[in-house]
Design a protein around this ligand. Structure first.
Ligand code: PRP
Length: 182
């Protein structure tokens, strides 16, 4: 697909994304063979990734979603977690795999992991399409990572800037001019 004019660099194209989903799906299928598995997608950013990834996980899993938010539409994480929609199931004694589009400061995912542990989950792991280790405010490494990326503001394939660009089929770096002028 032709690059959007406000994207200065493509970090993951459609072929690379498909390869990542296939490879992570295979790994997860192996790791969770013989274990009941619950996927929990953190909306909204997870949608394209979760949709593609779950079709490569060959297991009898269950799928749920949560809406948590820490960015509040801007470009920096605010750190305070808001749960706007919760999954309608007990997670006690369950193996949870959280699905994220990106782990940046790590504040969102570590807060969500703590919450699932508090609720009695047996295991809580994370699969993220993108990992920005340079953005961390807390020490944390996701179990499954699609690609490590630099500390740049990225959009597309689920990731937004002010709720736009989520529909791009690739992940790209947003032109800083777009948010610097605001
Ligand atoms: C984004 C992303 C992660 C979180 C990562 O969600 O989907 O959940 O921020 O940032 P952190 O590691 O710095 O906490 P956002 O709150 O923007 O909601 P969205 O998925 O609806 O875009």
């Amino acid at each position: 697909m032709k690059k959007n004019d406000q994207v200065v660099e493509i970090l993951l194209n459609e072929t690379e994304i498909a390869d990542i989903c296939r490879s992570l799906g295979k790994q997860i299928s192996t790791d969770y063979a013989n274990k009941p598995l619950i996927l929990v997608g953190l909306l909204k950013g997870c949608i394209p990734f979760m949709s593609d990834l779950m079709r490569h996980i060959n297991l009898p899993l269950e799928v749920y979603y949560m809406v948590v938010s820490s960015y509040h539409g801007g470009i920096r994480s605010s750190g305070d977690l808001t749960i706007k929609y919760d999954l309608e199931r007990s997670v006690k004694d369950q193996n949870i795999l959280l699905i994220e589009d990106v782990v940046d400061t790590g504040l969102t995912i570590t807060a969500v992991i703590e919450m699932f542990k508090y609720r009695g989950a047996t295991s809580v792991e994370v699969v993220t399409l993108l990992d920005k280790p340079g953005g961390r405010l807390v020490e944390y490494t996701p179990r499954y990572i699609g690609k490590k990326i630099p500390k740049k503001f990225v959009i597309g394939y689920g990731l937004d800037y002010q709720e736009k660009y989520r529909n791009l089929p690739y992940v790209g770096v947003l032109d800083p001019k777009v948010y610097e002028k605001e």
